[in-house]
Design a binder for this molecule. Structure first.
Ligand code: ATP
Ligand code: MG
Ligand code: MG
Length: 354
């Protein structure tokens, strides 16, 4: 059998690993020494992404490399690509780890984004606000997730202060989008360029962190889904992408507004494990291995995924008391506020089901 290398040791890698194991693959995870460990792996390398020798040795042991994490340095991907295929490729990661590149790339394909401006120095603050309007959101250009590295901006004094607070690093100021709801397009693109899409779930964020993804989604999501899918597919096609790609959208009354992309499986696709015929994890593995993609059809009339964040994880006995709940715990050693500890999914059966 073949061995799939996965960069990153978090819950996404763990669920990818479980799907790969089901299809008969072996898993070798490469992850930095700190942080969680994907414990479904048959082999594990703990080393930094700038450890070229460790990367080269890892590449020798696997047939292809994928990732659960987009912030892998370009040099690491180059090292790996000398020995084996890396899917998705360098360009998708380079864009997906850089908010400015991502927005410019989307705009270049004719996709609507929030108005934005670059804040690279204190002098940029004054000129940025007329570009974006107020209120606005300041985001670090790199490494932000779960709403970390962001600040709401009400006026120009607040902008300068927030930029200092974020460490005077390169940032993007975004105009606040007055959306009625948020949703995502999760697609899988095969080696031959064919795409499959799961239904776009309605995503609710609390304090910048995804709280729930649910289907059926509100009418506005259903109405915008074709345009959002076309946008996401244009991104995938332009990158000659192989694997699962996620694009987050704001549902604005004028149409879909692209927020950001993740060149990987995504939290808003966790419901697909039980709620779709083929999960995002399985189709990612199928895509990168050149296998036919599986059906994305819903298994029920609806589905709801709730994240277990911080102390929520302690509620698991009560969640298991409901027999139709599917509980997923990520096995993280320590509960921290705002940390994703697990999730629970409930599928609403079709009316005619027993
Ligand atoms: P993720 O964990 O999804 O990668 P992130 O830290 O990259 O999150 P964003 O997705 O950019 O952050 O923003 C988090 C949430 O903040 C969004 O889902 C949305 O609810 C809100 N938000 C972000 N940007 C805007 C905006 N321009 N207008 C309105 N709301 C916004
Ligand atoms: Mg993000
Ligand atoms: Mg986001």
């Amino acid at each position: 059998g073949s061995t799939i290398g996965i960069l990153g040791g978090g819950q996404l890698g763990r669920m990818l690993g479980a799907a790969a194991a089901q299809l008969g693959y072996r898993i070798h995870v490469f992850a930095p020494a700190s942080g969680p460990a994907c414990d479904v792996a048959s082999a594990f390398t703990r080393a930094a992404y700038d450890d070229t020798e460790a990367l080269a040795r890892f590449a020798e042991t696997v047939d292809l490399v994928t990732m659960e994490f987009e912030n892998v340095p370009a040099e690491a991907l180059e090292t790996l690509a000398r020995t084996c295929p890396v899917r998705p490729g360098e360009r998708a990661l380079a864009i997906g780890q850089d908010r400015l590149a991502e927005k410019r790339f989307a705009q270049g394909l004719g996709i609507a984004t929030a108005p934005f401006a670059v804040i690279a120095g204190a002098d940029d603050c004054a000129a940025a606000i007329p570009e974006t309007g107020l209120p606005a959101i300041l985001k670090t250009n790199r490494l932000g997730y779960d709403g970390k590295g962001q600040a709401r901006i009400a006026d120009s004094d607040a902008l300068a202060a927030a930029w200092r607070e974020l460490g005077e690093t390169e940032c993007v100021l975004e105009g606040f989008v007055d959306f009625s709801c948020e949703y995502s397009v999760v697609l899988a693109r095969g080696e031959d360029g064919s795409c499959v899409f799961w239904d776009s779930p309605h995503n609710v964020h609390v304090d910048g962190i995804l709280a729930t993804s649910s289907l059926p989604a509100p009418d506005i999501v259903v109405a915008q889904q074709p345009r959002a899918r076309a946008a996401a597919q244009a991104i995938a096609d332009a990158l000659d992408y192989v694997g699962v790609l996620t694009c987050e959208f704001f549902g604005h009354e004028d149409g879909p507004v692209f927020n950001e992309m993740a060149p990987r499986v995504h939290n808003s696709g966790h419901w697909t494990i039980e709620g779709a015929v083929t999960s995002q994890f399985e189709n990612h593995i199928r895509a990168i291995c050149g296998l036919p993609l599986g059906s994305t059809a819903l298994t029920g009339a609806g589905v709801e995924m709730h994240n277990l964040i911080g102390d929520d994880a302690n509620r698991w006995p009560a969640l298991l008391a409901e027999p139709t709940n599917h509980l997923h715990l990520y096995g993280k050693a320590e509960i921290k506020p705002g940390r994703k500890m697990g999730h629970v999914t409930r599928v609403t059966p079709h009316k005619d089901a027993p």
